[in-house]
Ligand binder design. Sequence first.
Ligand SMILES: [Zn+2]
Length: 296
Amino acid sequence: MHALLFALVLSAEADAAPIPDAAPLIDAAPLIDATPLIEATPLTDATPPANFLPGFAIARVRTHQPVVALTFDACATLKQNNGFDREVFDILKREQIAITVFATGRWIETHPAEAKELAAEAWIEFGNHSYSHARMTRIPRRKAREQIARTETIIAGLGRRSVAFRPPAGAWNRSVVRLAAKWHLPTVEWDVISGDAGGHIGAQKIVATVLSAAKAGSIIIFHINGRAPHTKEALPDIIRGLREKGLAFVTVPDLLHEPDAQPISARPAPFGYRPLRDRKRGPQEPKGIVDEHSSG
Ligand SMILES: [Zn+2]
């Protein structure tokens, strides 16, 4: 009798044990300590005014200024370091084109020399792309906070401060936007998808896509993490073509700060823009993009 009671108590205790997070990070391995890569320098930038922190993810801005923002994602997860496209960097450096690099904390940790090199360039701004490329809408708030905070610390270790948050896979909702706003970061997506990631689309198609879709106020997404083999071939024609259209290049914060800039919302994408396969629920509704890294 006593033995039975004891067993019941034990099983009740087991039930009360903390339940592991149902929606872990993309990789479930524990986060490792972030060691600053170089001595952090004091940050003096004023926080952006509240009107640049709308309650939605920004796809582009409406503006009469003939400017676009080229953005390059440097995605890495705990299991996949990816790489660095030096030729893309060299083209941009040669042309001195203002860009914004959305890096995951993991990418910076696994590419310390390259990250330092990017941080040394005044024409590059850094964006926070989470720590391990987690789908922000699918993880508990505490973990979502950690994803942003950890990468902020890592970017500060480069002597920089991030200018925006870009949720991996474009998965956003109001709570993700509100969370990023706690760091004074607007949530920034894109309106022009180059389609460079994965290498399925050739350079000519990438050029044609970008040149036909880009307009004043556009935010264009590329990748610089070794997952987009044709970007370096497409970039010179894209730069030339956009210039021929009279468009100049600005960073994301400069775009958002254009005097007449009105941010336009990205379409809601609580699961992100690529299908998420869930064993219980089956495929989630595809939002247009199907390749693993073609967006965000
Ligand atoms: Zn990404």
